[in-house]
Design a protein around this ligand. Structure first.
Ligand code: XMP
Length: 321
């Protein structure tokens, strides 16, 4: 007899029993899973929990503020923010290969998180690390309890041995929709609870070409418009994910006002899916697509062409990199 209230009560009791008086650490990504896992742990042990948010500068418009401001306001969680955008950008400079981007971001993430974890551990003697592992992740990885790693968000290996925390995984028996219901019940910001999946490497793998601050600004603006129009049309729940991709190394001739332009195309990649293993392109209404296209080309000066990806997965992946 599943109710969100009873799951919360059970998990809070289990967390208290597991961690006792010890200090607990959690890395927030901006996504639903880590946000709800941390909120449950906070519900159970309050300020024994410290959250760390590594801002890699690759999130979408408003997402860092959502964590730093709205989430903290909603939960009262103790949060340590590390603004690492400059380091990530300088490490990514000139890199175009997708797997290389992922490697660099994973490595920098671990480095940054490790330094922050050491600082917290020096003061609080941390013993536990919260992970937002869901039931499907448990099944996929064969059911074992892992040592501390941050794979679900960053596809990287573990922390060094001297930072080998015991994991707290309050979402291990739950599916995504249940996690969302618990997040809502705990009063987390709606945009966070309802957020579509977003890759750990962030916008870096949605810029086809090297990542620069100018390109990030362009893509953020285009992505925000697509998200705003999707939400305004009431279609957030109708699709799985909606990547907006900047073809940064491609230029296309256009005409705007009196002049010829030489700008960049963006690709809209709305998809429907059950589990991201397979997907189909989403048949969004033409009027919604038209509004997105008009607004992007009007409001983002460097973008003069908007295209729609009509490839299913397979053969295309959801992301372009
Ligand atoms: P693809 O592009 O392989 O994506 O069809 C399947 C799902 O995984 C997400 N994705 C990632 N998530 N780190 C992540 O945390 C990554 O490197 C990564 N690459 C893809 C993608 O957004 C989709 O939901």
């Amino acid at each position: 007899n599943w109710t969100t209230g009873s799951v919360i009560d059970d998990q809070v009791a289990a967390i208290r029993a597991q961690v006792g008086d010890a200090a607990v650490l959690c890395a927030l990504s901006g996504g639903v899973d880590s946000a709800v896992a941390a909120a449950l742990v906070h519900e159970a042990v309050g300020d024994q929990l410290t959250c760390v948010f590594v801002d890699h500068g690759l999130l979408r418009a408003g997402e860092a503020e959502q964590v730093e401001r709205d989430y903290v306001a909603a939960t009262g969680i103790k949060l340590k923010v590390v603004d690492a955008a400059e380091t990530f950008l300088s490490q990514l400079a000139g890199v175009t290969d997708p797997e290389q981007k992922r490697k660099i971001i994973g490595r920098e993430f671990i480095r940054t998180f490790e330094a922050a974890a050491r600082e917290v551990a020096a003061v609080e003697g941390v013993q536990f690390l919260v992970q937002g592992t869901l039931y499907p992740d448990v099944v996929e990885s064969g059911g074992g309890t892992g040592t501390a790693n941050i794979k679900s968000h960053h596809n990287v290996g573990g922390l060094p041995d001297d930072l080998a925390f015991t994991l707290v995984e309050p979402l291990r028996t739950l599916f995504k929709d249940e996690v969302r219901a618990i997040g809502a019940e705990l009063g987390l910001p709606t945009e966070m609870v309802q957020r579509h999946p977003f890759p750990g490497p962030g916008l870096a793998i949605r810029i086809i070409g090297a990542v620069t601050p100018e390109r990030l600004t362009m893509l953020r603006a285009a992505d925000l418009i697509a998200r705003e129009e999707l939400t305004a049309a009431g279609l957030d729940g109708a699709i799985w994910q909606f990547p907006v991709v900047l073809l940064a190394d491609v230029r296309s001739v256009g005409v705007q006002g009196d002049g010829r332009t030489y700008g960049h195309p963006v690709v809209l990649r709305p998809v429907v899916s059950e589990d991201a293993m397979t997907a189909d392109w989403a048949k969004l209404p033409y009027d919604v697509l038209a509004r997105i296209s008009t607004r992007i080309t009007n409001e983002v000066p460097e973008v003069n062409r908007v295209t729609l990806d009509i490839t299913s997965k397979p053969p295309g992946t959801i992301e372009w990199e």
